[in-house]
Design a protein around this ligand. Structure first.
Ligand SMILES: Nc1ncnc2c1ncn2[C@@H]1O[C@H](COP(=O)(O)OP(=O)(O)OP(=O)(O)O)[C@@H](O)[C@H]1O
Ligand SMILES: [Mg+2]
Length: 213
């Protein structure tokens, strides 16, 4: 379970975002909607322990990660969190499988890679360089890399951002299917995808306190 309380983030005294309290239950899927700039990516980055808040707490399985050192947060992220970034963060000059196997450097067991690539229907692209793949295929590589370590929590920032609706819908269906039993928090602008999630959270309402300072 992820519990967020009194959370606030300030960027260099320019923007301050106050988040209302939220709880994400184990094994449920959440879709985050909201206007550009309302603080969706910032929230995912704080849950992942990449950004630190200025106030409040983020409990992940009863541990307040805001009290941990950066090293401890990195360890937690590597072990428990799969993060699909808005811009994929794939190494385009490397093959699909090497983009996954590189996680071995962090101690991740990648033996399940073939099975996941097959479920995502890109096993035949395994040895192709990422730069030679289509947008939807890259997206699926990013998903495969995030879930190969069987994380408890999957964070997905606009996993369909660059895809047309039909392909985006397929990617979301697969992501939700493959995330069964895990906590999935996905940002998307497309409310037509809401039906695939257990809960939809309007982040405009949850960040009502955003102000320029
Ligand atoms: N590194 C940063 N430095 C300064 N301000 C930042 C930084 N990152 C984000 N912000 C500000 O914080 C606010 C929230 O940004 P965030 O990236 O979380 O928005 P978002 O909801 O993900 O938007 P989008 O839908 O466009 O991706 C914005 O006003 C943005 O300008
Ligand atoms: Mg964003």
């Amino acid at each position: 379970m992820i519990c967020i309380k009194n959370l606030s983030k300030h960027f260099k005294n320019e923007t301050a975002i106050d988040y209302k309290d939220m709880t994400f239950e184990d094994g449920k899927s959440y879709m985050l909607l909201g206007a550009s700039g309302c603080g969706k990516s910032t929230l995912l980055n704080m849950i992942a322990g990449i950004l630190s808040p200025e106030g409040g707490s983020i409990e992940v399985n009863s541990v307040d990660i805001t009290t941990l050192s950066q090293k401890e947060r990195d360890k937690l992220r590597i072990e428990k969190i799969g993060y699909i970034f808005q811009d994929f963060k794939l190494i385009t000059d490397m093959s699909v499988i090497d983009n996954i196997n590189i996680l071995r450097l962090e101690g991740v067991n990648t033996e399940g890679a073939d099975k996941i690539l097959e479920a995502l229907d890109i096993l035949d692209k395994k040895n192709k360089k990422v730069k030679h793949l289509s947008g939807g295929q890259k997206q699926r590589v990013a998903i495969a890399r995030a879930i190969v370590k069987e994380p408890d929590i999957i964070l997905a920032d606009e996993p369909t951002g660059n895809l047309n609706f039909a392909i985006g819908e397929e990617v979301i269906k697969t992501l939700v299917e493959i995330s069964k039993g895990k906590t999935l928090i996905a940002v998307t602008h497309d409310d037509r995808l809401a039906k695939y999630f257990d809960y939809v959270i309007d982040m405009n309402e949850m960040t009502g306190g955003r102000r320029d300072v």
